[in-house]
Design a protein around this ligand. Sequence first.
Ligand code: NAP
Length: 244
Amino acid sequence: MKRLLILGGTGDAAKLATRINQLPQLETIYSLAGRTQAPHIPLCKNRTGGFGGVSGLAEYLKSAKINFVIDATHPFAEAMAASTAAACIQTNIPRVKFCRMPWKPKVINWISVPNYSEAAKKLRAAGKRIFLSIGTKNLHYFSMLSDKWFLIRVIENPAHPIPLTDCKILLERGPFEEIKEHTLLNNYHIDVLVSKNSGGEQATKLRAAHNLGIPILMIEQPLPPSGKTVYTINETLTWLSDQM
Ligand code: NAP
């Protein structure tokens, strides 16, 4: 019996793990950082919590006798992707990055920025009431914008105080219907939407903002670490069967 570690933390990753867990001759272990109280849990073995950087993960891979690794973390989980790549090189364990295809501007246009600090710079001259739809981890990049009002939407109460002068926290878990997003943007008089290009199925907030003529500032995905990348469950299954 071979052993597979899946680094997860998203709905897509949980779906992938549940699908892979049906394969014979393979034991699947799904790993979560442990940030959310009610994460998507797949139907397979689970573990929770950081490994302790590259060396901790390399140690875990050896002691748990892992044969393959799928990094299915969110496209913006850069630290985990980097340490997974490094630990797999160190231990000579095959790894693939399960990516989400970034959204492409077509009908809906946006202003692309490469990172949070560039988004904050652009916001200085744009808008007063901002829907900052990026989670809570990187809000400090926006803390100097003390003349702006922010709408923050999260699935559970933030563990730390929000570093913004004037904001409203909404506790809600998606998916959100476009009509609901439309109403939200209207009710809070939002004049700029800031989003991460999380990719996958296009978010309804983008269509709602587009239809209301609200400018969108898009923080583009960081590049994944070098190495094999896959974008679908089928591609991942093919990669896995090539390794077995
Ligand atoms: P990150 O900055 O890349 O990771 C920070 C640290 O958290 C890592 O160094 C690692 O600790 C631990 N960690 C992250 N993912 C882990 C996993 N799947 N299993 C065990 N430990 C993990 O990640 P993040 O942006 O804070 O995201 C945390 C988790 O939330 C990820 O699993 C990600 O898939 C999920 N998520 C992130 C986003 C986002 O926008 N960033 C959105 C939705 C879901 P050690 O160094 O101690 O191993």
